[in-house]
Every structure is written in C-alpha cells, then in structure tokens.
Design a protein around this ligand. Structure first.
Ligand SMILES: [Zn+2]
Length: 82
C-alpha cells in the first residue's frame, strides 16, 4: 500500500499557473513555436485553463485594429484616477 497522493488536482495552467481539475482545462497547447528571446524552436505541451483560453481567443481575434483599440482603451483606463 503506497502513500496516498494529497494533491487533488490533475494538472495546472501553463499561462496563469493555477492548479486545475480536468473539467477546468480549456485546451492543451502543443507544438514547436519559435522562442525569439533564445532564438530557437522549443517544443511545448501544456494545459491552459478555460479562462486563459478564452482570453487568448479574444485577444488573438480582431487583428491589429482590435489590438490598437485595446491599447487606446488601456491608456484611457490609466488616465482615470490621476
Ligand atoms: Zn490559466
């Protein structure tokens, strides 16, 4: 009889780092992306929670136009409270 594992989680999110149960996994990212800092291809495979996955899909959608709109909205947010 081995020691009982006290860790109830199945995995963790490779973006936010929180532990996850399987039902909280939004996707598994795997592939061979380019690390532009290290200037090399790196093999990845990690789970992503549903919240981070939704954020990736939202932020990747809309192209540059939406990206610039988000930047402008962020600048407006920064001005509040100053
Ligand atoms: Zn996450």
């Amino acid at each position: 009889m081995g020691k009982k594992n006290k860790n109830p989680y199945d995995t963790f999110c490779g973006i936010c780092g929180y532990p996850l149960y399987l039902w909280q996994v939004g996707t598994t990212l795997e592939g061979l992306p380019t690390d532009y800092v290290m200037k090399e291809r790196v093999e990845i495979e990690f789970d992503v929670c549903t919240e981070c996955w939704e954020g990736i899909k939202t932020n990747a959608g809309g192209g540059m136009k939406k990206a610039i709109e988000r930047k402008k909205a962020l600048k407006q947010f920064d001005k509040v409270g100053k």
